[in-house]
Design a protein around this ligand. Sequence first.
Ligand SMILES: O=c1ccn([C@@H]2O[C@H](COP(=O)(O)OP(=O)(O)O[C@H]3O[C@H](CO)[C@@H](O)[C@H](O)[C@H]3O)[C@@H](O)[C@H]2O)c(=O)[nH]1
Ligand SMILES: [Mn+2]
Length: 938
Amino acid sequence: MAPGVGDGRRNNGEVVPGCVCGFQVCACAGAAAVASAASSADMDKLAMAATATEGQIGAVNDESWVAVDLSDDLSGDGADAGVALEDRPVFRTEKIKGILLHPYRVLIFVRLIAFTLFVIWRISHKNPDAMWLWVTSIAGEFWFGFSWLLDQLPKLNPINRVPDLVVLRQRFDRADGTSLLPGLDIFVTTADPFKEPILSTANSILSILAADYPVEKNTCYLSDDSGMLLTYEAMAEAAKFATVWVPFCRKHGIEPRGPESYFELKSHPYMGRAQEDFVNDRRRVRKEYDEFKARINGLEHEIKQRSDGYNANTKDGEPRATWMSDGTQWQGTWVEPSENHRKGDHAGIVLVLLNHPSHTRQLGPPASADNPLDFSLVDVRLPMLVYVSREKRPGHNHQKKAGAMNALTRASAVLSNSPFILNLDCDHYINNSQALRAGICFMLGRDSDTVAFVQFPQRFEGVDPTDLYANHNRIFFDGTLRALDGMQGPIYVGTGCLFRRITLYGFDPPRINVGGTCFPALGGLFAKQRYDKPGLEMTVKAATVAKGKHGFLPMPKKSYGKSDAFVDTIPKASHPSPYSAAESAVHADEAAIEEAVNVCAAAYEKKTGWGSSIGWVYGTVTEDVVTGYRMHIKGWRSRYCSIYPHAFIGTAPINLTERLYQVLRWSTGSLEIFFSKNNPLFGSTFLNPLQRVAYINITTYPFTAIFLIFYTTVPALSFVTGHFIVQRPTTMFYVYLAIVLGTLLILAVLEVKWAGVTVFEWFRNGQFWMTASCSAYLAAVLQVLFKVVFRRDISFKLTSKQPAGDEKKDPYADLYVVRWTWLMVTPIIIIIVNIVGSAVAFAKVLDGEWTHWLKVAGGVFFNFWVLFHLYPFAKGLLGKHGKTPVVVLVWWAFTFVITAVLYINIPHFHAGGHHAAKHGAHGPHHGTKHDDIYYFWP
Ligand SMILES: O=c1ccn([C@@H]2O[C@H](COP(=O)(O)OP(=O)(O)O[C@H]3O[C@H](CO)[C@@H](O)[C@H](O)[C@H]3O)[C@@H](O)[C@H]2O)c(=O)[nH]1
Ligand SMILES: [Mn+2]
């Protein structure tokens, strides 16, 4: 293993506070790195420091992974030991060690066989007492097996890739401080300054401005779908504060570079730094940050007051404008909305907050009386920052986030036209200043020219330590997405994703021509994997665009819209020239800005390919999955980039209601894709077969609701009716059950091991799967069927980033704020049915009616299974922080006892006979006395 690359990596299973302690090592190393960046004499130190920093960059459990065998290309021992720095690839590829991988694959096979035999057994053992029960339960089991397979098969060949920033630096950074790295446009979307607090958005912007990437190659765009002056002025404040914050970060190698999270760090930030200077600087910057915060918090009031002043002479009935500080009327939404100035009806706005920096380093001023911060050795330039609010007009479908992203794509093309685009939601800040470089490694490696995008995992902060609603989603990110990297690549999940710009324009990947037929360089089990190989010359090259039917465009010119200026940028976006510093010069002059406004017009996309063959795809609220899908079916690949400390961190809804709504949106979006022309069953043959399976999985999973609802109630009902899904649970039935569940558990253990997550997270994942299935997934199925039938568009309900509780006292207060939603009805019913069911069973045993307890075992097991899974839901629904478990237990015990007592003590409830007279209609459940649950309903 190469020095400094693999060592020091940690198992992210122990992660939660990890980002804090990880920084201690990282920060002091980075401090030297950046402080020294000012003088070229210190380049050696820089390289050394960088090495130390990168020691932290890998992210999986080291013990489970080995480098893939590269002996085809290298004589010698295969791994990169002994390979000179110049010959090392910009990223390493690892696979799971055989000792984990082989049993993993074998078990998948065993379970598949067992499941098949089980279903066959079930089909051949009818239950004549209750045929409906038998048929539906088999349908359910079949679906569970099938959906397990959809989920499991794409995980047959997990791959882990580790970027090597030392090599990247070596190849692309020059000693004079300039760099050959490609341009990078960063898009941030926000839609509401209140639901998405401006302070948090400002923090994200600051973290971007301070990230470690060549300043002149980096442009940040904020899309504001609210069109509010409040957002704009908050960004203007951020730009002002950045003049202090960014040089401070560079000088001292601060991590993380979002000020809020930095100042919240509880670790010792003094370690390894020039003590006095740092302490003074930090105190000073902290003070400035507090003032900045105060200004942000006062902005709303200030804008109101200012506008009131200007509006003093406005007559009644006339619109009252919102005024900018320079005495002009704001073009966007006004505080008191009026025509042409309200959400959904305002002009397009493009304002450059920070213009493009010079191409050479600019050192700051030394400390002086009115400027106590000494920046004389620090590059003080800031990346370009642009505020964009696309035009909105009534009668236009603005296509939610996807529409905003497409507007940004065009606006940025005429302003900076970087060949790569990183997209972040407004609440996701850059937590690791090396993240951009890490992502770029996967775009510049050999063999990277067929990579469309690099997806980072989504990481969250502010989630309660027990992660009650599986917000971290670790199984999905560290398991599923990483595994897909061994197929064609992870799916796109909306934020934290680095795109190759031309893929958004509908270009095909460069094809390899083998024996006359073209096929893309797919990874995975079904194609020979072409790994990034060391020892070969690495040139900086983008997918060069060949001249075709439409000139340099893959599609007719008119499908890109009316702006010639924009269309002209397209071939350049892929041309190698943007890589060289001189040519990437950006001029955000009047004309360019005017053009940017023009391409953000509400009507721009009329009769164009935007939203279908070009850009982010419309027609679903999960624009992310389908946008990535459209690239994969062209044969593009994607890569997964998980680094440590986490690249980006966002906020997650820890409130049950918000979480259910979020999952409702995702599952609805998935089904929308299923019922569209982008159904993965019909995708082109460029799609790797198991990649297709993964897409089928992600667009069908909500259907589980239909089967699961049945499955979570019927076994409970069976106590009352006396029927079970099998006529008589035989030994064979239990043996199958044991195998099917046992293999699942062992597979989970292995998966947890290679993914570097915990068994606890695996259980949480399962628990939330059931909660979501019986609530959000069910609603999604109904909602989408409704849409399909009545052709109604589904709205995008923003996930609130503003905690409802009192944050000061308890950071997780929001967890137990119960806001009623219809989505809670089904899980509640299921819980009640199961408690009642187990109580009846208990009563029957007490009563001496069921002497053979084994008869109940199957049902009791199911009962437990259901209640165990819905426990977090019940906890969230009932509890006050801390006391919850007791409340749930009492509730449970109470219902249980009451039901059992009623059952035993009210003779006519189980005397049989006469109720048949009262409820004769319940005929089909003959055979036992207690055939009807309705007797226990009040
Ligand atoms: O009309 C809109 C609606 C949303 N957004 C932005 O979209 C982002 C995601 O919205 P959010 O409410 O935070 O959704 P989440 O459920 O947290 O987001 C996940 O799921 C979305 C798809 O449903 C993806 O777009 C996101 O990237 C992904 O993080 C935010 O930055 C919003 O500002 C807009 O710009 N315009
Ligand atoms: Mn979000």
